[in-house]
Write a protein that binds this ligand. Structure first.
Ligand code: NAD
Ligand code: TYD
Length: 361
């Protein structure tokens, strides 16, 4: 029975990954979820699994060496899936330091503790141990609108404090691979969307605002391009890299689904109109009239796009969910989880929203 240590499992992708793994492997795996529960961490995301005998939650900070060492000392961890991070670009522009602390120092602590637990006297590692570092395509910088793509060999050129901190964490992982022959893989994936995504990111923010008849803030000219990946496809890719990834390799995970932000907003509005039941009062105001162009993000990367050729040819992974299907599933999930949205948007979220958007012309 393999034991997975998942960091940041109470966040968006981490919780989807844990659900995916229990759906797929049931009682044949053990999962320990280590998460400090920042504003982005929510145990409500894991209600359905919390009663399982093969699931444990540990509330701890990845920068806390003692707490992380204890988890390794008390459990025979086979696989680390390292999601825990500060993940939002806009927040990183406001408050960069916490990104360095969590994403860089936190990753260093995770690497040190895993190595201390796993490395044998002769410098090798027991069969089956692996550290998978979950990173982002944003480390590669920004592309022109010219049909080029990010590959695993593209030089790093991060622009935001978020992407710079993720790039630093990736380099630390690479340094462990080179220096200590540490058994790790890095995955750099594109923008995810799906259930449980916190409504500070574009897609859940637009869905939530539209359903409440609030303005839909589109930064700049709305033509920045992102490559959108349904979160379950990402979870599947991670599982496959854990199993088949060659030691020390990096794999880019992308959705083959480039869209301008304004296209995303329009698709969400059209899909909401189709899905809201006849007679629902929200049908009267969910419309393009809500779209509001606002001041651009500082240093806003123009385009991200991944060609996921390596993971397809080496590992056999491909994105399976077409955007039209993924967005319907996502919206259906938000319809069914209005209470979840109410809980996460009460309190601190309002303060964040006001600070971020109220004076944005
Ligand atoms: P998220 O912000 O939804 O969740 C982050 C989780 O990490 C939360 O549960 C939070 O409580 C936890 N966390 C934060 N600081 C911590 C600390 N110091 N100690 C322990 N736990 C801590 O993030 P997400 O969108 O699920 O992203 C997960 C990972 O995937 C991140 O590493 C992110 O960089 C990467 N990624 C995300 C996307 C995306 O589109 N969301 C795309 C590419 C890569
Ligand atoms: P986001 O979801 O924050 O992801 P990232 O910055 O990591 O790609 O933003 C996706 C795109 O949407 C990005 O180009 C910024 C833009 N955006 C808006 O136009 N309005 C918004 O309110 C938000 C949150 C993002």
């Amino acid at each position: 029975m393999k034991t997975y240590l998942v960091t940041g499992g109470a966040g968006f992708i981490g919780s989807n990954f844990i659900h995916y793994m229990f759906r797929k492997y049931g009682d044949t795996i053990r999962v320990i979820n280590l998460d400090v529960l920042t504003y982005a961490g929510n145990l409500e995301n894991l209600k359905e699994v919390e009663g399982r005998d093969n699931y444990t939650f540990v509330k701890a900070d990845i920068t806390d060496r003692e707490a992380v060492s204890r988890v390794f000392a008390e459990n025979d961890i086979d696989l680390v899936v390292h999601f825990a991070a500060e993940s939002h670009v806009d927040r990183s522009i406001r408050n960069p330091e916490v990104f360095v602390r969590t994403n860089v120092l936190g990753t260093a602590v995770m690497l040190n503790c895993a190595r201390a637990a796993w490395e044998k006297e002769d410098g090798t590692y027991p069969e089956g141990k692996k550290f998978l570092h979950v990173s982002t395509d944003e480390v590669y910088g920004s592309l022109e609108e010219d049909g080029t793509f990010f590959y695993e060999t593209t030089p790093y050129a991060p622009h935001s404090p978020y992407s710079a901190s993720k790039a630093s964490s990736d380099l630390l992982v690479k340094s462990y691979i080179d220096t200590y022959k540490f058994p790790a893989n890095i995955t750099n994936c594109s923008n995810n969307y799906g259930p449980y995504q916190f409504p500070e990111k574009l897609i859940p923010l637009i869905i939530n605002n539209a359903l409440q008849g609030k303005k839909l803030p589109v930064y700049g000219d709305g033509k920045n391009v992102r490559d959108w990946l349904y979160v379950d496809d990402h979870a599947k890719g991670i599982d496959m890299v854990l199993k088949k990834g060659r030691p020390g390799e990096t794999y880019n995970i992308g959705g083959h689904n480039e869209k301008q932000n304004i296209e995303i907003v329009n698709i969400i509005l059209e899909t909401l109109q189709e899905m809201l039941p006849a007679g629902d009062p929200r049908r009267s105001y969910v419309s393009k009239d809500l779209i509001t162009y606002v001041e651009d993000r500082k240093g806003h990367d123009r385009r991200y796009a991944i060609a996921p050729d390596k993971i397809r040819t080496e590992i056999g992974w491909e994105p399976e969910t077409m955007f039209a299907d993924g967005i319907r599933k996502t919206i259906a999930w938000f319809f069914e989880h209005e209470e979840w949205m109410k809980h996460v948007t009460s309190g601190a979220y309002q303060k964040y929203y006001d600070e971020m958007y109220t004076d944005r012309s």
